[in-house]
Design a protein around this ligand. Structure first.
Ligand code: AMP
Length: 423
């Protein structure tokens, strides 16, 4: 084979695409129900936006960005996540001057140079929402509920997902917490993995979510942010929990949940797939980022967001049941061009009434066309030959029940208009 997709990327087709469509339909529905409006931002941005927005000490910025120079030597980066771009757009378009909070969503490809494996790709897809301009804890709970409801709507069972929540505090209590963590780890550095050793001074919170076994055991015994949390952060978090009850989202408290990005404040959350056997177990997650808008040059603006890994949702659904193609009608047509033109006319008439319909374009025999109708999982076949063309009739066959009858074309049209078919 001469050409292959680049490592960590793949073609999405066949039954995978059917599941993909189902997830995208559910995204369209849940965002409309909750009043989130779509935003499209460029696939690439100035590299500095991500350095500043995602954080210099994150895995993404340190190791994973697809950065390149364009022909004018500008440093650009394929977006590794969506929040920095949405915040840039919020500031650049002065959306802070409009009605707040503004509730936005995006759905598209992201790029990270990661170790490619099942559930972890270099081009992957995220659906995300960002609500900017309100610090209301009810909004934190709404955002968490959107991700939860999406998983339920697409057909993930409630027992398959656990919603982990935590608070990472505000700047002040986080600083205190960092000191406490550094103090706790001080005499344990020997047993830390090399990654954690280097992170201890720069970003000690990240030690809490290390997947290494011995680091994990130490993290379990580490002090919790709730030992040092300030009253206002504590109240915010308690209120989020009360609102989550109203939204009917079950959750577990997870003091080790800190998330990988630097910009989070207050609420952090993650949806974990209970069936996942690998470390790729997060369907998605998010949190509050009350400092990011200011960090990127805008006015002080509280905000909260969520990002769901669409690839991972699709993978979990594919493991449950392979979806089937489906058609309302398949036109089986036998004859020369004149017959095919009549068959095409009937097919178009069916489609114009809002029913899906296809026909053979491969000169197949009658039997082969019936088999094709079956493979497409068509509900009904419309059979057309010379006789039918001359008389403007057709045979309508219910492929599930086997019943059939001959109708005039205009009778089929009337039945489609009424929405009740005779067979
Ligand atoms: P993050 O922006 O890292 O918080 O990612 C949010 C979600 O996107 C994760 O929980 C995953 O479901 C998904 N995700 C992140 N990175 C990848 C990747 N490389 N491949 C597939 N999905 C990913």
């Amino acid at each position: 084979m001469k050409y292959k997709v680049p490592r960590g990327t793949r073609d999405i087709l066949g039954s995978d695409m059917l599941v993909w469509n189902r997830v995208n339909d559910a995204i369209a529905k849940i965002t409309a129900l909750n009043n989130y409006q779509k935003i499209e931002t460029p696939i690439f941005e100035q590299t500095d936006l991500f350095k500043r927005g995602v954080g210099e000490n994150t895995d993404i910025v340190e190791k994973e960005m697809y950065t390149f120079e364009d022909k004018s030597q500008r440093s650009l980066t394929l977006r590794p996540e969506g929040t920095a771009s949405v915040v840039r757009a919020f500031v650049e378009n002065k959306l802070y001057g409009g009605r707040l909070p503004i509730k936005l969503f995006y759905n598209g490809p992201m790029f990270r140079y990661e170790k490619a494996q099942k559930g972890r790709y270099r081009q992957f897809y995220q659906f995300g929402i960002e609500a900017l301009g309100s610090g209301d804890p009810g909004l934190d709970a709404e955002v968490i509920s959107v991700g939860w409801q999406l998983l339920m709507d697409v057909g993930i069972d409630s027992e398959e997902v656990k919603v982990h929540i935590n608070s990472v505090g505000c700047k002040e209590c986080r600083e205190k917490y960092k000191e406490k963590l550094i103090e706790y780890y001080q005499d344990k550095t020997e047993s830390l993995c090399s990654n954690c050793k280097t992170r201890l001074d720069k970003n000690p919170l990240r030690l809490l979510d290390c997947k290494n076994e011995s680091c994990g055991a130490m993290a379990n015994k580490a002090p919790s942010i709730f030992d040092v949390i300030c009253t206002s952060c504590d109240e915010h978090f308690s209120s989020v929990k009360r609102y989550l009850e109203v939204f009917n989202v079950p959750y577990v408290l997870d003091k080790r949940l800190v998330r990988g990005l630097d910009y989070y404040t207050h609420t952090a959350f993650e949806y974990r797939n209970q069936k996942a056997t690998s470390t790729q177990d997060a369907f998605g997650g998010g949190g509050r980022y009350n400092g990011l808008v200011e960090e990127l040059g805008g006015p002080q603006t509280p905000a909260i967001g969520l990002a769901m890994g669409v690839d991972r949702i699709v993978l979990a659904l594919l493991e449950k049941q392979l979806p089937q193609e489906h058609l309302n009608f398949f036109v089986v047509s036998m004859g020369e061009e004149e017959v095919q033109r009549y068959a095409t006319e009937v097919m178009q008439m069916i489609r114009q009434h809002g029913y899906s319909c296809d026909k053979d374009y491969g000169g197949r025999s009658f039997k082969a066309q019936m088999r094709l109708a079956d493979k497409c999982n068509a509900e009904k076949a419309v059979i057309i030959g010379d006789e039918e063309m001359k008389n403007k009739t057709l045979t309508l066959k219910n492929l599930k029940e086997g019943k059939q009858e001959i109708l005039l074309e205009k009778q089929l049209k009337q039945q489609l208009e009424r929405g009740s078919l005779s067979v």
